[in-house]
Structures are given as C-alpha cells and as structure tokens.
Design a binder for this molecule. Structure first.
Ligand SMILES: C[S@@+](CC[C@H](N)C(=O)[O-])C[C@H]1O[C@@H](n2cnc3c(N)ncnc32)[C@H](O)[C@@H]1O
Length: 299
C-alpha cells in the first residue's frame, strides 16, 4: 500500500507537460482544456490518448512538438483541425481548412433517420446536400447496407476531403461526389435526402466562438440575413427529388424549427417531426411527401 501511494504521487514529464498545457488553454478560454491537452500530447507523441493515463513518457522532440500544438490550440485553432481528423458516429473523418468539422449534435440527424427507417434493407438511394467531409452520407451508408450515395457540395476542395473519407471508410464503391450548387447538377429521386446546410445569420459572425469564426469555412456557416437562405432555396424544389415514400431530414439552428416547418409545409411536404439534440435544442426536422392517398381524400 505504501509503495502504491508513493507511485501515485510521482509526476512524470508528461504529467508536468499536461499541467502546463491545461493552464495555457484555460487562460486562453478553451472549453475542454484538459481533454484537448491529452489529445494534443498523444498526437505529438504518436500514441493513443489512453496511453498517457498509464504514465507514458515524453522524449525531447515530442515535447517541443507538443508545446507548439498547445500554442496553436491557445490561439483557438480547433483541436480537430490541429489533429486533422474528427470522430463522428462510427468513423474517423479527415478535416481540412475547407470543411466544417463534424459536430456531435449532427448525430441527431443520423439517429432521427434511423428511427424513421427501420427497414434498413429497403433503402437504396441517399442524397446529401452540402456534404463537406461526407460525414452524414458515409455514416448513413454504413447503416443502410444496400444504399448508394450521392454527395454534392459547392466546394471542390471539400469534395476531395469527402472522397478521401469514403476511401478510408471502405465505402468508395457505393458513393459518388459531385460539384453542384445545391440541386442544380442533381437528377433522379432518392429514398433519403439529408442536408446540414449553412444556417447562421450573417450578422452573428462577431458573436461566434473563434474556433468557428476563424477556422470553419464561411461557405459552410452563413446563410443570409436571417440564416434561412438555404432552406428557402431547397424546400420548394425538393419534392421533385424525393421518392414517393421518401424521407427528408434537415439539420436546423437554434430557434429555426417553426419557420423551417412552415417553409416545408408551404412547399407541400408533410412534417414528420422535429428532434432535439442532447442539449435539448430542436436540431433535426423531418418531412415526407404528402401521401397520394391523403391527397385523394382531400379531393
Ligand atoms: C454546415 S456545412 C455541413 C457539412 C457536413 N454535411 C456536416 O454535417 O458536417 C454546409 C456545407 O454546405 C456546403 N454548401 C454551401 N453552399 C452550398 C451550395 N450553394 N451548394 C452546395 N453546397 C453548399 C458547404 O461547402 C459545406 O460543406
């Protein structure tokens, strides 16, 4: 017991570095200073973050590298952009300066689609509008084993990242990526259409966290004066691309659920529900085409 107690009190060089990093990041206003410190030290040492818990030691070069990484994080570069990847759903996605870093709250969209499509084998086609890293489309292709995917984006650089992610996920043969201004280059109909479009108001830029404002591409963030430009563009046109029993799932920003629901309903879509994220914010809105039966009953 005595020996154990002594061991627990010994500070390894990595503990000292982690303490230093946590203080630097705390002072810089970084939210998860201890977690990010561990991720960055593991990255600098080329080991898994868990290895640091068992007291892995730090040689001189990794220490210097780690100190540089911590200074980048203290300048509010997001940890995912420093590491070059972000984990989302069941996979690890490359990110770059040209892509939005996948967000945990976007997993709400994946969960919502799965809960409304229990017949996984019946889904054969999925369209993702504004695919970025491809995280939504590739995660859905993993869950719907018979589906083929189409991902579009206005950024060719983002599409290159999505292609690399499809390759890394082993899904390259089931997906195609296209440069398209929303639906302009898209044809056909789809069982599932998803989109996490830009939805931030242009004049909210000054209020964003530096991690978002300075490191996510503006094309991925802003959507006009009220943040609704993309929904206004997509909703009136989307029915032509939805299969008769298809499902449309859109990510929305805080406070946008009722107006986006109204936009969908006035485009003739049936509102199937709105799902909150883990913070209790309405995050995903679901629509289906009006069923032909229902239309007849109104005739
Ligand atoms: C909020 S990001 C979402 C990225 C990814 N789907 C995700 O959930 O992490 C929005 C994406 O829409 C793309 N985008 C913006 N305007 C577009 C347009 N007019 N046509 C197609 N894609 C567009 C951006 O380049 C960006 O990749």
């Amino acid at each position: 017991m005595k020996g154990l107690k002594k061991k627990a009190e010994v500070m390894t060089p990595s503990d000292t570095l982690l303490d230093w990093a946590r203080q630097v990041l705390d002072q810089a206003g970084v939210a998860y200073a201890a977690l990010d410190s561990r991720l960055l030290l593991a990255h600098a040492m080329g080991c898994a973050p868990e290895a640091l818990l068992s007291g892995a030691d730090v040689a001189a070069d990794p220490e210097q590298r780690f100190r540089q990484l911590v200074q980048r994080r203290a300048a509010r570069e997001p940890v995912g952009k420093i590491l070059g990847f972000r984990d989302f759903w069941k996979d690890r996605f490359h990110v770059s300066a040209d892509t939005l870093e996948p967000r945990p709250e976007s997993e709400t969209l994946i969960e919502s689609v799965l809960s409304l499509c229990p017949q996984r084998a019946a889904v054969t086609s999925i369209l993702d509008l504004g695919t970025g890293t491809g995280c939504l489309l590739l995660s859905l292709l993993r869950e719907f084993p018979h589906a083929l995917g189409t991902g579009v984006d206005l950024s060719q650089a983002a599409l290159s990242v999505a292609e690399a992610n499809a390759q890394a996920c082993g899904l390259k043969d089931r997906v195609r990526f296209m440069l398209s201004d929303w639906l302009s280059a898209v044809d056909g109909t789809y069982d599932i259409i998803v989109s996490n479009p830009p939805y931030i108001r242009a004049d909210d830029r000054a209020h964003l966290m530096p991690e978002v404002r300075d490191y996510d591409p503006a094309l991925a963030l802003f959507a006009g004066a009220d943040g609704l430009d993309a929904y206004r563009m997509l909703l009136p046109r989307i029915s032509a691309y939805l299969a008769p029993k298809g499902l449309l799932a859109l990510e929305i920003g805080a406070g946008q659920s009722s107006v986006v629901q109204a936009l969908g309903e006035s485009a003739g879509l049936l509102h199937r529900g709105t799902v909150n994220d883990l913070a209790g914010i309405p995050r995903c809105i679901l629509f289906q085409p009006m069923s032909p039966l229902k239309d007849l009953s109104h005739a």
